[in-house]
Design a protein around this ligand. Structure first.
Ligand code: SAM
Length: 206
C-alpha cells in the first residue's frame, strides 16, 4: 500500500471518485461534496470557526471549489474576524472553480497533493481532514502541516459524519492524543437526537 506505485494509484482513485461526484453538477454545494441544504451546510461547517480566535490567513487543505473558504470568510466577518483565504487541492478542475469563486485571491490557490506539498510561507490557520492520506501516514502528515503554521496559529482537523451512509465522525481529540499531539481545543455539532455531525480539534503553535 505504501510503496510509491500503490500510493499513486490510491490518490488517483480517490481523485477520480471525488471529481466524478463533485463535478457532475454545477451546484456549488455538491462541488464541495455537500449533498444537503445551505442551511445544513452552515450547521455542519460553521463549528470550524470555534478554532479561529483572531484575524489572519486561513489555508483550507483540500479546498474543493472554495465554498468552505467563502463561507468561513462570511461567517467570520459576522463576528468581526477578517480571514484571508488560501487553498490547495489535488484536482486542477476544482482549483479552477475555487479561483472563479474567489477571484480576488487567485494567487492564493494551488493544485497540489497535500501529502507532498511544501509551503514557503506559514499560515495563521490551517484546516484539513485526515482522509486525504492513508492512515499510516497521518502522523507525518499532521507534523508537516503543523510546521507550516505560524507562531500563535492553529492546525485545525475536522471529521464529518454522513448519516445517510451511517458513517460516524471519529474522535479527533483521542486520535490526536494517541499520535502524541497536544490538543489545544475542540468543538462539535450534533443533531437534536445526539448524532454527531462534525468534530473539530486543534493544535496550537506556541
Ligand atoms: C470533502 S472535500 C472538503 C471541502 C472543504 N475543505 C470542506 O471541508 O468542506 C475534500 C477535498 O479534498 C481534496 N483532496 C482529497 N485528497 C487530497 C490530497 N491528497 N491533496 C489535496 N487535496 C485533496 C478533494 O479533491 C476534495 O476537493
Amino acid at each position: 500500500m505504501l510503496e510509491a506505485n500503490g500510493l499513486a494509484s490510491w490518490f488517483k482513485e480517490e481523485q477520480q471518485k471525488t471529481e466524478n461526484w463533485y463535478l457532475a453538477s454545477s451546484n456549488p454545494y455538491q462541488q464541495s461534496g455537500w449533498g444537503s441544504t445551505p442551511a445544513r451546510w452552515r450547521c455542519v461547517r460553521e463549528v470550524i470557526l470555534t478554532a479561529v480566535n483572531k484575524n489572519g490567513s486561513f489555508l483550507d487543505v483540500g479546498c474543493a471549489n472554495g465554498l468552505l473558504l467563502e463561507s468561513l470568510i462570511q461567517w467570520a466577518s459576522e463576528q468581526k474576524i477578517q480571514l484571508i483565504p488560501y487553498g490547495i487541492d489535488i484536482s486542477s478542475r476544482l482549483i479552477e472553480l475555487a479561483c472563479q469563486r474567489l477571484p480576488d485571491f487567485t494567487n492564493n490557490f494551488a493544485i497540489a497533493n497535500a501529502l507532498y506539498w511544501r509551503s514557503t510561507t506559514q499560515y495563521d490557520f490551517i484546516h484539513t481532514l485526515l482522509e486525504y492520506v492513508p492512515s499510516q501516514l497521518h502522523s507525518d502528515y499532521i507534523q508537516q502541516l503543523f510546521n507550516t503554521v505560524k507562531q500563535g496559529g492553529r492546525l485545525i482537523i475536522s471529521s464529518y459524519s454522513n448519516r445517510s451512509r451511517q458513517q460516524q465522525t471519529f474522535d479527533v481529540v483521542q486520535y490526536l492524543k494517541q499520535l502524541g499531539y497536544p490538543v489545544a481545543g475542540n468543538a462539535s455539532t450534533q443533531e437534536e437526537d445526539g448524532w454527531i455531525l462534525t468534530r473539530v480539534a486543534w493544535i496550537e503553535k506556541r
